[in-house]
Ligand binder design. Structure first.
Ligand SMILES: [Zn+2]
Ligand SMILES: [Zn+2]
Length: 303
């Protein structure tokens, strides 16, 4: 199916869903859209992303690329951790950070810890014989007083015996919203990094994307990285240069659909892993595929 006929075939569904948007909770919307995203992924998008990633890697043999922002059923995503890891590996990504939400009274830290336990299990019991296992980092997306901040932690914290330490350090996130500056500091003892998610994007009901003036004044030198390109939020900027942070490209995928369309890359000759590349401010945001830009514009009316 080509891009034009595909978009035409699903436009009717998108507009119907948009028309019905107001009274439907997010979980119901996700269920409603799941069959559509399954078709989109299989019939249209996967081959395009796979091809884009293969070209990128053959042109840059030392480049490691991956997804740093997506959600599974442990928060508000529609797909299991296993399905997300399997598809990401098939697309050719080298690493992935699944970032469940952590928010007082809405998304408890316990769900994130269960998600990390599941990521660890999937890696240990990798059962996809034709696929190289993908590199997994523990991480999550915290709702702070100024907006969403992603924390990515050393891979040692995938080990179930170390999860108790995460619970002790981060249980505060269940009780109250804290300033983004304080949240960024809390990841440092875990060898981790912090990433500003979808800056300048706003929601009327709650803090979502921190403003650039606030980040410039309060977060430079403290937060490590910022999302310069996002497929899910449809923008392409260069905030990182202005703020002296590492540049991140990601999808904020909730449907196991657009993972891999925008990625973060680093040179594996210079850095042993993603965290060291982010700390050195030597990452790149890279757009791999923009086939779904038109559709995502429509989907945002629904979500
Ligand atoms: Zn977010
Ligand atoms: Zn997110």
């Amino acid at each position: 199916m080509n891009r034009r006929s595909f978009l035409k075939s699903i436009a009717g569904f998108s507009f119907a869903a948009a028309g019905a948007q107001l009274a439907i909770p997010i979980s119901a919307k996700c269920k409603m859209l799941a069959p559509v995203t399954e078709v989109v992924g299989k019939s249209f998008l996967d081959k395009r992303i796979e091809g884009g990633i293969a070209r990128l890697k053959s042109d840059n043999p030392y480049l490691k690329i991956g997804e740093t922002h997506c959600h599974s059923i442990f928060s508000d995503g529609t797909y299991s951790v296993d399905k997300i890891l399997q598809r990401s590996a098939r697309l050719g990504l080298d690493f992935i950070v699944i970032t469940e939400h952590v928010q007082p009274k809405t998304f408890p830290l316990a769900h994130t810890l269960a998600s990390i336990r599941e990521r660890s299990r999937c890696c240990r019991e990798w059962s996809h014989p034709n696929l190289e296992p993908i590199d997994v980092y523990p991480g999550f997306e915290v709702s702070t007083l100024q907006g969403h901040l992603i924390l990515v932690i050393d891979q040692d914290y995938l080990k179930p015996k170390n999860l108790r330490e995460l619970e002790t350090q981060f249980s505060l996130f269940d009780k109250k919203y804290i300033p983004m500056e304080d949240c960024a500091k809390m990841v440092q003892p875990f060898g981790g990094v912090s990433i500003i998610a979808h800056p300048e994007r706003t929601r009327t009901a709650y803090p979502f994307g921190v403003s650039i003036p606030f980040a410039k004044q309060n977060l430079s030198g403290l937060v490590d990285a910022i999302e310069d390109i996002s497929t899910g939020h449809s923008y392409e900027e260069n905030y990182s240069e202005e703020l002296g942070m590492a540049s991140i490209g990601s999808s904020d995928d909730h449907f196991n659909l657009i993972i891999g369309t925008t990625v973060t890359g680093y040179d594996s000759r210079k850095h042993k892993n993603l965290l060291s590349a982010i700390k050195a401010r030597e990452t790149q945001a890279i757009k791999v595929n923009d086939s779904l830009d038109d559709l995502l514009g429509m989907a945002r009316l629904v979500l």
